[in-house]
Design a protein around this ligand. Structure first.
Ligand code: ACO
Length: 319
């Protein structure tokens, strides 16, 4: 699989740590030292399909293909506009990808990696030719803005990549999940209610998180997963030009770098600007790094993420 083009879109509204300290009992020092986050973008009216479509337009332009050439849209999100129609269909309508099959993928922050895997499988099987893979979130709508332990961490945004089959470019991946630990990160419970049973009253709509459990899980699982992918791909760690990690917390990224013995220069960080954008974070970073000219033909990269589920994944790509 090869990447034909990438794009990203962030809402204009920048929210600083100082601004959050006017809403909840927090401060810039706590947020930046514990997480590395300084600002995040928050949607002032744009929905996930709006953000995703803007990132998609940019990726198509970069790839030099028209929306009508897209065979499938895979949209990784946990904050879709509605349960039905899926948000990929809304993106299809906005961008005019009238021949595309449309599917949303929900694996929380690992969603973009799971979607890339599905894209790769569809390309390898010959089912489709050009696939638009998007990661997009408006996490701000599932955040409890009175809960300082979560509201300072997240942001809204979207990133996209157009991928196509290319037997000369290797793509090797590893994903996993541990549903037993799903309680550590939850949001958006809908519950069951019908004419037989009453809907539970105490449903958990807003994001709740056991921060320390997620932290411990991430610093162990991400290096393990990267190690497994490298082994599968028969590639040495030293051959990798960049490791694009899910942008949740700079301390998690630094810990992964240390465990692997990799210089932080190979692990770009943009969470200081955008916070944790869940399924969008790796896609946005991929676009930024590419636009900086760092992903020239022949470069080798690793993408890796973790998130609610709990889910995780890593992928090795040759550019
Ligand atoms: N401002 C000030 N104080 C705060 C804030 C805040 N925003 N939030 C919590 N605190 C307080 C707590 O109340 C606590 O106070 P206490 O000691 O008086 O009880 C103290 O700070 C320490 O809180 P901890 O939760 O122990 O802080 P910790 O060092 O664990 O850092 C953090 C919290 C940053 C959330 C960390 O655990 C972390 O990054 N975990 C990983 C989270 C993550 O990556 N989540 C995304 C997963 S991806 C996805 O799928 C969405």
């Amino acid at each position: 699989m090869k990447i034909l083009g990438t794009g990203s879109y962030l809402p204009e509204r920048i929210v600083t740590n100082e601004e959050l300290s006017e809403i909840v009992d927090t401060n810039d020092e706590w947020i930046s030292t514990r997480t590395g986050i300084r600002t995040r973008r928050i949607s002032a009216g744009e929905t996930v399909s709006d953000l995703a479509s803007k990132a998609a337009f940019a990726a198509l332009e970069d790839a030099g293909i028209s929306a009508e050439q897209v065979d499938m849209i895979l949209l990784a999100t946990m904050t879709g506009n509605a349960l039905m129609p899926n948000t990929a269909c809304l993106v299809q309508k906005k961008i005019g990808a009238k021949y595309a099959s449309c599917l949303d993928v929900n694996a929380a922050c690992s969603g973009f990696l799971y979607a890339l895997n599905l894209a790769n499988a569809c390309l390898v099987s010959g089912m489709y030719k050009n696939i638009l893979v998007i990661g997009a979130e408006t996490l701000s709508k599932i955040i409890d803005w009175a809960d300082r332990s979560t509201c300072v961490l997240f942001g809204d945004g979207a990133g996209a990549a157009v991928v196509a089959a290319d037997s000369a470019k290797r793509y090797v991946s590893e994903t996993g999940a541990d549903g037993d630990r799903g309680e550590a990160l939850k949001a958006g419970e809908t519950g069951l209610g019908n004419f037989i049973v009453r809907r539970e009253e105490k449903l958990n709509y807003y994001m709740t998180m056991n921060g320390q459990e997620v932290f411990k899980f991430a610093v162990k699982k991400v290096p393990e997963c990267i190690g497994a992918v490298l082994k599968k791909a028969e590639v040495f760690l030293e051959e990798i030009d960049y490791f694009l990690l899910h942008q949740a917390n700079v301390r998690i990224i630094a810990s992964v770098a240390k465990r692997l013995g990799v210089n932080m220069e190979k692990m770009p960080v943009n969470l200081d600007k955008y916070g944790n954008t869940s399924a969008a974070s790796i896609a946005i970073l991929l676009d930024e790094i590419r636009k900086e000219g760092k992903l020239a033909e022949g470069k080798k990269i690793i993408l890796a993420g973790f998130g609610g589920g709990l889910t995780w994944g890593a992928a090795y790509l040759e550019l």
